[in-house]
Design a protein around this ligand. Structure first.
Ligand SMILES: Cc1ncc(COP(=O)(O)O)c(C=O)c1O
Length: 399
C-alpha cells in the first residue's frame, strides 16, 4: 500500500525552497554563503505596516474573520485595484487569501477537474504545474523563446489549446525570466482566447509593481476588457510591500469563480491571518513612497548584477524588465568539466556553485528550462558583488 495518495506522487517539492533550505543549513555550519535563491525582498515591512500589526494585536484583532477576509480589507483591495488596474470589483467578488499562492491554488481547485488541461508558459514559476497536478489536471507547456524576450507567440498558444483546456495561467512580470509582456503581445493572446470560451484566464500579477527602465506592466484586462467575465486577477502584499512572511494575497474575478474559491478556502484554511489583514489595509491605503524607494534599489541592483554577469566568460544575461530575477544562460558551461567531472545539468552546476563557491542559485530545470540558472537580485549590493566574483571563479574553474 502507498503511504501517500496517487495525486501527490505526481507532485514535486519546490526546488527554490530546497535550495534556500540547503543554503541556510550550510550557513548554520559556519559557511559563508551568499543566497541568490530566495524570492523575497530583503527589506523590512514598512513602518506604518508594522504599526498596524502592533495595533491590531493590542486591540484584540486576533479572532477568526469571515473566510474571504474582513470587509474593510476587501474595500481597500477594491480601491487599490481601481487605482492600479482601472477596474472596480464589488467586494463580494474579492477573496483575501494566505498569500497569492493560496489564491492561485484555490483557483486551480475551484476550476479544474480530472482530465482538464492548464496551459502554462515555460519557463514557469515552480508552483504552477504542481498546483495543477494537485487538482488532478494536466499542465501543458507553452514554450517561450529567449530570442523573443520570453514573450509568447499567439500562434503557439493556439497550437496548445484543446477542447480540454480549462485554464491559462501566466505571470507578467514573470518569475523566473523577469519578462514583461507588451500590450501588443497581450492583445494578440486575448484575440486567441476570445475564440475559446471555456478557458479561464488566471493572471498572476504579484510582481506588477516591480518594473524597471520606465516599463509598465499592462494587465490583460486593460487591453481586453471583454475577457473580464472569465478572468481572475491574483495579487498580494508579498513582493510590493515586502510582506512575504505575513502571507496576504487576494483574487478578484467573476462572482461564480470567486464563490468557488471561497468554498475551497472555507473547507481548508478559513481566513488569512487577522493581523496580516490589518497589515494589508495599512499597506494598500498608506503611503506608497517606501515601495518606490525599494523599487529604485532593485533597479540599481539589477543593473549591477547584469553588468557583472556579462563579464563572466560563457554566461549570457539579459536585463529583465520586472520582478527581481535574472534568468541567465549558462548552457555553454554544461558538458564541460569541473575537477574532472563532466557537468551534465543546471542542477549539478547549481550544486557546485553552492557547495564549492558559496553561492545559492536555482537551476533552470526547476522552471522547466535546462541550461539556465535563476539569480535573484533581491539582495544587497555588496552581496551581489561577492556572489558575481564567485560565479566568475566557478566559470573559470570549468574547462
Ligand atoms: C510568480 C509568483 N506568484 C506567486 C508567488 C507567491 O506569492 P505569495 O508569497 O504572496 O504567496 C510567487 C512567489 O515567489 C511568485 O514568484
Amino acid at each position: 500500500m502507498n503511504a501517500i495518495g496517487r495525486r501527490l506522487s505526481e507532485v514535486r517539492a519546490s526546488a527554490t525552497m530546497a535550495m534556500t533550505a540547503r543554503a541556510i543549513q550550510l550557513r548554520r555550519e559556519g559557511r559563508d554563503i551568499v543566497s541568490l535563491s530566495v524570492g523575497e525582498p530583503d527589506f523590512p515591512v514598512f513602518p506604518h505596516v508594522e504599526q498596524a500589526v502592533v495595533e491590531a494585536l493590542r486591540s484584540g484583532k486576533t479572532k477568526y474573520t469571515a473566510p474571504n477576509g474582513i470587509a474593510e480589507l476587501r474595500e481597500a483591495i477594491a480601491d487599490w485595484m481601481a487605482r492600479e488596474v482601472g477596474i472596480r470589483w464589488p467586494i463580494s467578488q474579492i477573496v483575501a487569501t494566505s498569500g497569492a499562492k493560496q489564491a492561485l491554488y484555490n483557483a486551480c481547485m475551484a476550476l479544474l477537474d480530472e482530465g482538464d488541461e492548464a496551459i502554462i508558459p515555460n519557463p514557469y514559476w515552480v508552483s504552477y504545474p504542481e498546483m495543477v497536478r494537485l487538482a488532478g489536471a494536466k499542465p501543458v507547456d507553452l514554450q517561450l523563446r529567449q530570442s523573443d524576450g520570453w514573450a509568447p507567440h499567439a500562434a503557439d498558444l493556439e497550437r496548445v489549446l484543446t477542447p480540454r483546456t480549462r485554464l491559462f495561467i501566466f505571470s507578467s512580470p514573470s518569475n523566473p525570466t523577469g519578462a514583461v509582456w507588451s500590450e501588443d503581445t497581450l492583445r494578440r493572446l486575448a484575440r486567441v482566447l476570445e475564440r475559446h470560451p471555456r478557458v479561464v484566464i488566471l493572471s498572476d500579477d504579484i510582481y506588477d509593481k516591480l518594473v524597471y527602465g520606465g516599463v509598465k506592466a499592462t494587465n490583460i484586462l486593460q487591453v481586453a476588457p471583454e475577457l473580464q467575465a472569465r478572468t481572475v486577477l491574483v495579487n498580494g502584499c508579498s513582493k510590493a510591500y515586502a510582506m512575504t512572511g505575513l502571507r496576504l494575497g487576494w483574487a478578484c474575478g467573476p462572482a461564480e469563480i470567486i464563490s468557488g474559491m471561497n468554498k475551497v478556502q472555507d473547507a481548508s484554511t478559513s481566513n488569512p491571518s487577522s493581523l496580516s489583514q490589518h497589515a494589508a489595509i495599512a499597506a494598500l491605503r498608506g503611503p506608497q513612497e517606501p515601495l518606490e524607494a525599494m523599487r529604485v534599489q532593485f533597479e540599481k541592483r539589477r543593473h549591477l548584477m547584469v553588468d557583472l554577469l556579462r563579464k563572466v566568460p560563457g554566461v549570457e544575461a539579459h536585463e529583465p524588465d520586472g520582478a527581481y530575477y535574472i534568468f541567465a544562460d549558462f548552457s555553454t558551461l554544461l558538458g564541460k568539466k569541473y575537477r574532472g567531472e563532466k557537468i551534465g545539468t543546471s542542477s549539478r552546476l547549481a550544486e557546485i556553485l553552492l557547495e564549492d563557491f558559496g553561492v545559492a542559485t536555482v537551476q533552470g530545470s526547476a522552471f522547466g528550462r535546462e541550461g539556465f540558472l535563476r539569480l535573484s537580485f533581491a539582495t544587497s549590493e555588496p552581496d551581489i558583488r561577492k556572489a558575481m566574483e564567485r560565479v566568475a571563479r566557478c566559470a573559470t574553474a570549468v574547462e
